[in-house]
Design a protein around this ligand. Structure first.
Ligand code: SF4
Length: 447
């Protein structure tokens, strides 16, 4: 059954807004005590008091139970706007609601649909962040997720002159994102390890650790150690979101630590190549990243490396080159050992591809369409990889996705220019040299 058939014949038969991620999937930030169903809806606070008697309240929050109720009734929870926006584009666009439900067996999907929405549910897939320690400070990230971003704000102060809804990401150090230091008593971490020991290690299909940079968190190494000491006790697959920004020695320590584990997968972010990638992902050494991908795959300690492309205004020029480099990796290591997803950035909205002029969007739509024409029948690509590319092409289409609110556009353009001027100064970068094809448009923005 293809993605569209699944949506029409399974999902929409239950309800036009049903998504199993609301029951079986969660992202939980233990540093701040917040959670959401997938990485699209805004995070909300976990009730700390409830954790004392029920560690599963890390996931089964009142907010999620209310959203489940809405989904069963065919109503759209507002926090899932990302999916509704994709579905409302028409052309049978496939939203993440499909991808995030289809990974579960049909019995589990039906069970979620048929149980009372207020019932506590055991997770099947979980993304967890222990803390925000990270050696990178990517342009679309912010201090809530990166300690290097915190350092920028503490050292240089707030980014100034920003006026759109994304401005608050860059005005303060988001200290509420990291309430506890490693080693301090953190009730959310304690609840996680309690739930892990009692139930989660039995029910979870996949545990994915995110950050910050997880390999810089002591709790990640504690969990790797748990898997080593308890081999055969859990069939949970371990996945780690890593920026892979490490030298060979550190990477080797990691490779040797996971060697005894039966199933480890790496998720890593990248959406451009060379200087463009290093500009967007401040702290990155692109050649080192590519070398580390090869080293990991050659070591045979990881099942796969999944490349997550965060689609923003600056990556589109070299995105097709990256996809070609990923094809090269697929040809060496196999179709399933290297995969990619194209995830459209929404916040901060001034970094979205929609901020660009119609001419630029059309240019990038055409470049991507050419890439798709050349690649779509290549057997190395998965159906979802081709679908992701098509949905990005649709998204860039100025007819299908006009600039969101006309009155917002001047604010977004202002913030784009204000932000990157300050980013250049603080990080020792040069927008115009790095993105010559955006020079004319960039210089035409008045602030
Ligand atoms: S945003 Fe989409 S994928 Fe995420 S929980 Fe909501 S409906 Fe599901």
């Amino acid at each position: 059954m293809n993605d569209l058939e699944f949506r029409q014949q399974v999902l929409d038969q239950l309800s036009p807004s049903f998504c199993a991620a609301k029951w079986y999937n969660a992202t939980i930030w233990l540093g701040s005590g917040q959670t959401t169903s997938c990485h699209h809806p805004p995070a909300h606070q976990i009730d700390r008091e409830e954790l004392k008697i029920n560690p599963s309240a890390l996931h089964n929050t009142a907010q999620k139970k209310d959203d489940r109720k809405k989904m069963l009734a065919g109503e759209r929870p507002a926090g899932c706007e990302y999916c509704w926006k994709i579905e409302d584009m028409g052309r049978d666009a496939i939203s993440d609601r499909v991808y995030k439900t289809k990974i579960y067996p049909i019995e589990a999907i039906n069970e979620a649909f048929n149980q009372p929405p207020e019932l506590d549910t055991n997770l099947k897939t979980l993304e967890i962040s222990f803390d925000r320690t990270c050696q990178f400070a990517c342009s679309y990230c912010n201090p809530a997720f990166s300690s290097t971003w915190v350092n920028d704000i503490r050292k240089n102060g707030s980014y100034t002159g920003l006026v759109s809804d994304g401005r608050n990401h860059f005005t303060h150090s988001h200290d509420s994102a990291q309430l506890y230091k490693f080693g301090q008593n953190n009730p959310y971490v304690d609840a996680f390890f309690a739930w892990w020991e009692s139930d989660l290690h039995k029910t979870l299909q996949e545990l994915r650790i995110t950050g910050g940079e997880p390999l810089m968190s002591g709790y990640t190494w504690q969990l790797i150690e748990w898997f080593k000491q308890n081999q055969g006790k859990s069939s949970t697959k371990l996945a780690i979101n890593s920026n892979l920004g490490f030298d060979q020695a550190k990477l080797n320590v990691f490779i040797e630590a996971i060697r005894p584990l039966p199933h480890v997968e790496i998720y890593t972010s990248m959406e451009a190549i060379g200087a463009a990638a290093e500009y967007i992902r401040d702290g990155l050494d692109y050649k080192q990243w590519m070398q580390n991908v090869h080293t990991l795959l050659d070591s045979n300690t990881v099942k796969a490396v999944h490349v997550m492309c965060t689609i923003n205004a600056l990556c589109l020029e070299t995105l097709p080159d990256l996809l070609d480099e990923l094809l090269n990796l697929k040809q060496i290591y196999g179709r399933d050992r290297v995969t990619f997803t194209l995830n459209i950035l929404r916040f901060p909205s001034f970094q979205s591809a929609l901020v660009m002029s119609d001419d630029l969007r059309t240019r990038y739509k055409n470049i991507l369409s050419e890439w798709l024409d050349k690649s779509q029948h290549n057997a190395f690509y998965h159906e979802y990889e081709i679908n992701h590319t098509q949905r990005l092409i649709d998204y860039l289409d100025v007819v299908q996705t006009p600039h969101s609110e006309a009155f917002e556009t001047p604010k977004l353009l202002n913030d784009f220019k204000q932000f990157y001027q300050q980013y250049d100064q603080r990080r020792g970068k040069d927008f115009v040299t790095t993105f010559p094809n955006l020079k004319e448009w960039y210089e035409s923005i008045q602030v």
